[in-house]
Design a protein around this ligand. Structure first.
Ligand SMILES: C[S@@+](CC[C@H](N)C(=O)[O-])C[C@H]1O[C@@H](n2cnc3c(N)ncnc32)[C@H](O)[C@@H]1O
Length: 264
């Protein structure tokens, strides 16, 4: 377990919530729209008619996409403000999602074996307790159920990684360091495609670096069986639209996808 707690995470994400929601819904999160969500969807088994819970659902854009492909969705997040935004979208255009403010790494208030699937997009690296999250996933799943999650690739996006560039500023490779440094820290950043006239604050996102074995062992220790792992690259078409994606096609993996099952 890390030194920062769920309470710190909730506080930061409450501060990020309004701008995050505006940016994501305003279409400037091009990584999500052109790379990470399509890759996640390709990796995902059918969710049609399944009871599915989204761990760290944020303002709910992805949760809504899962509902639109046929899942009966529940979304949970630590941030009250993000959940307010998610519920507002549900009021404007209902797709039947139940949102709750609760942690994915503590007993979340739902009964044992009440879901067919647990999904999580880009949220498990943002909470302090991956082992607790996998134990809770196991508890919530019915026998034969599955968990699918995406995280920033822990081997390449490390506390000390940085791009090497040639004289013209072209990225020529990734320099990785401090892979084993699992101290939590707060990363400050904004989406790069902000409209010029917007008043933007940097997001403050608590990060919990861990090694790839930390992820895989958390899954295994919870009693789940890993069935598929992928490190998808952005498509050539996506790289054409957003040329800066090419670094994640040519040099290093941005995304790690893991699928695991609870035995029958
Ligand atoms: C980068 S956002 C991703 C949100 C959403 N999945 C998406 O793809 O838009 C990470 C989210 O994880 C949530 N989070 C972090 N730790 C959590 C925990 N222990 N329980 C529930 N949510 C958590 C944060 O509040 C934040 O909304």
């Amino acid at each position: 377990m890390a030194d920062r707690t769920d309470l710190d995470v909730a506080e930061r994400w409450n501060q990020n919530a309004d701008q995050w929601t505006r940016d994501v819904r305003g279409g400037i999160d091009v990584y999500r729209d052109l790379f990470t969500f399509p890759a996640f969807q390709d990796f995902l088994p059918s969710l049609d008619q399944l009871d599915v819970i989204d761990f760290g659902c944020g303002e709910g854009s992805n949760t809504r996409r899962f509902a639109q492909i046929g899942a009966r969705m529940t979304g949970i997040d630590l941030s009250e403000r993000l959940i307010e935004h998610a519920r507002d979208a549900e009021i404007v255009d209902p797709v039947g999602i139940d949102y709750r403010v609760t942690s994915y790494s503590e007993p979340s208030g739902f009964s044992d074996a009440s879901f067919d699937a647990v999904v999580s997009t880009m949220a498990l690296m943002d909470g302090p307790d991956i082992n607790g999250a996998m134990r809770e996933a196991y508890r919530l799943l019915r026998p034969g159920g599955f968990v699918v999650f995406s995280v920033l690739h822990p081997c390449f996006i490390t506390p000390g990684s940085r791009w090497d560039k040639d004289a013209g500023g072209r990225k020529t490779g990734l320099y990785v360091s401090r892979y084993f440094d699992v101290s939590s820290f707060t990363e400050r950043w904004i989406f790069s495609d902000q409209p010029d006239d917007m008043d933007v604050q940097l997001f403050a996102v608590p990060r919990f670096p861990r090694t790839i074995s930390d992820y895989l062992n958390a899954v295994a220790d919870a009693g789940l069986r890993v069935t598929q792992v992928e490190e998808p690259r952005p498509t050539p078409e996506a790289c054409k639209t957003v040329p800066r994606f090419s670094r994640w096609r040519d040099h290093a993996a941005f995304l790690l996808l893991i699928k695991a099952e609870k035995h029958e």
